[in-house]
Ligand binder design. Structure first.
Ligand code: 9MR
Length: 455
């Protein structure tokens, strides 16, 4: 709904010549890592991350090199973030988030409302008391991470397995059927820039459970409940293999006007069979325009919640497996063989591919949702033929209007001529690539031309 209510679009260009500078382009080795190969397809490739493993240099080396999105594996769950009612604990999740921002990685938030991994105090609540506690939890956590989260799993695993298509019984479900939409509306109010997802497992193919989720999305769209995306966990093994209708199932959800994301991919097995399944999963996402990202549920097999099934892309020593090569190739990447300790800064791309001395330029397109007395502006910055290392977009607010809140950029002021400069994680934009920021304001929406200055 946010996006379709655009009433104003202004476009402007600006350019800054890089001159004699030779700059290592971030897209230089574009196709040699999972993240850069996915980015070249307009998508992200992420992994679940455990905060306590970040001090392991093999783990963090692969994380830095290969992935451009992260999902805290447990650190944002209710038991971790609100262990005592009203007392919030963000240290572990903040470690992952701040590190991802520094490294230019997107962040999937996981998960705001879930029947599992609740703190014991919440497990013992019911009715209005639990509903209010859930609303407060969603508000507090989404507000803490406001502007930093690409996509939130707002509600996780709310439907029952099997053929009933029913909701899963839980203390949250017993507060009333509307608990899911209340969680989504609450998350939207707290962080209007984050994409809001429903996430589940055993919904990867067309079946009673996925159809129940599908019907919920239809209903939410019809009634204006804010939902932007559906996550398909995609935990596969011999008992629950990758379904033959995976792609068509993703497509039927995308056709409802939501993004679809593969959120927790792991495929038990080894060798060619496992590699082929990874290739099929990646290709299914690429074939669906609105499938905008893939996350694997861990880095090395030894990091997996199902370690004995060796379901991931790197072996316990951090070496890329056949499945890694298959996933990278399916993404359109090249089949180099990185060593576990290699980092992007030690890669040796050819000089002709790695350096850009062209003219950096960018354009900024503003889309505004306005109402009487206020507005939200979303600004898309698009790089020209050369990669950006930073950008500043500028526009002039009408007299009496003021910026009240900015996300994914730093504003120079609140009224009159305001410029918005990239933050740490979104200054780097590949040639032809885009990034977005936004701001909220009071008064009349801006209607003047934007400028974009590239660095
Ligand atoms: O990988 C997570 C594991 O470390 C936890 O012990 C477990 C506890 O419920 O949750 C795992 O992650 C789950 C995710 O949050 C939701 N979908 C299923 C994942 C695998 O169980």
């Amino acid at each position: 709904m946010r996006r379709s209510r655009a009433i104003l679009t202004v476009l402007a260009t600006g350019a800054l010549t890089a001159g004699a500078l030779t700059v290592l382009s971030p897209s230089a080795d574009a196709a040699s890592t999972l993240g850069s190969a996915a980015a070249a397809q307009g998508r992200y490739f992420g992994t679940a991350v455990a905060a306590y493993k970040l001090s392991d240099s093999v783990y963090s080396g692969i994380l830095n090199r290969e992935f451009n999105s992260v999902t805290p594996e447990n650190e944002m769950k209710w038991d971790a973030t609100e262990p005592t009612q009203g007392t919030f604990s963000y240290t572990s999740a903040d470690t992952i988030v701040n590190r991802a921002i520094t490294n230019g990685q997107k962040i999937r938030g996981h998960a705001l409302a879930w029947h599992s991994q609740q703190p014991s105090w919440a497990q013992s609540l019911s009715g209005t008391t639990l509903r209010n506690a859930m609303v407060n939890h969603v508000t507090q956590v989404a507000t803490h991470y406001k502007g930093k989260i690409d996509s939130w799993d707002v509600v996780n695993e709310a439907f029952a397995d099997g053929s009933t298509g029913a909701r899963r019984d839980s203390n949250l479900q017993r507060t009333g059927d509307d608990w899911i939409e209340v969680a989504f509306r609450t998350a939207r109010a707290a962080d209007p820039a984050a994409k809001l997802c429903y996430n589940d497992y055993n919904t990867d193919g067309v079946n009673a459970k996925s159809t129940a989720v599908y019907n919920m999305v239809v209903d939410f769209k019809a009634r204006g409940v804010p939902i932007d995306c559906v996550g398909f966990q995609s935990h596969f093994n011999s008992a629950s293999p990758l379904p033959s209708d995976y792609q068509s199932n993703l497509q039927r959800f995308a056709n409802l006007g939501v993004d679809v994301q593969i959120t927790e991919l792991d495929i038990e097995g080894s060798g060619t069979a496992q590699a082929n399944s990874y290739s099929t999963a990646v290709k299914a996402c690429l074939a669906v325009t609105r499938c905008n990202g893939i996350t694997v549920w861990g880095i090395r097999d030894s990091d997996s919640w199902r370690a004995s099934g060796t379901p991931l892309l790197f072996d316990a020593n951090g070496n890329p497996k056949q499945a890694y090569t298959a996933a990278l190739t399916a993404l359109g990447g090249s089949t180099t063989s990185p060593s576990p300790s290699a980092s992007s800064s030690s890669a040796s791309p050819s000089p002709s591919a790695s350096q850009s001395s062209g003219t950096r330029s960018c354009t900024a397109t503003v889309t505004v949702n306005a109402w009487t007395g206020g507005f939200v502006a979303t600004v898309k910055v698009t790089a020209g033929a050369a990669a950006l290392t930073g950008w500043t977009a500028g526009l002039t607010l009408p007299t009496g209007s003021a910026v009240t809140n900015t996300w994914s950029a730093t504003a120079s002021g609140t009224s009159g001529a305001v410029s918005f400069t990239n933050v740490g994680y979104n200054g780097t934009v590949a040639a032809g690539g885009t990034t977005e920021f936004g701001f909220q304001g009071t008064g009349t929406a801006p209607s003047t031309t934007t400028t974009c200055t590239a660095r």
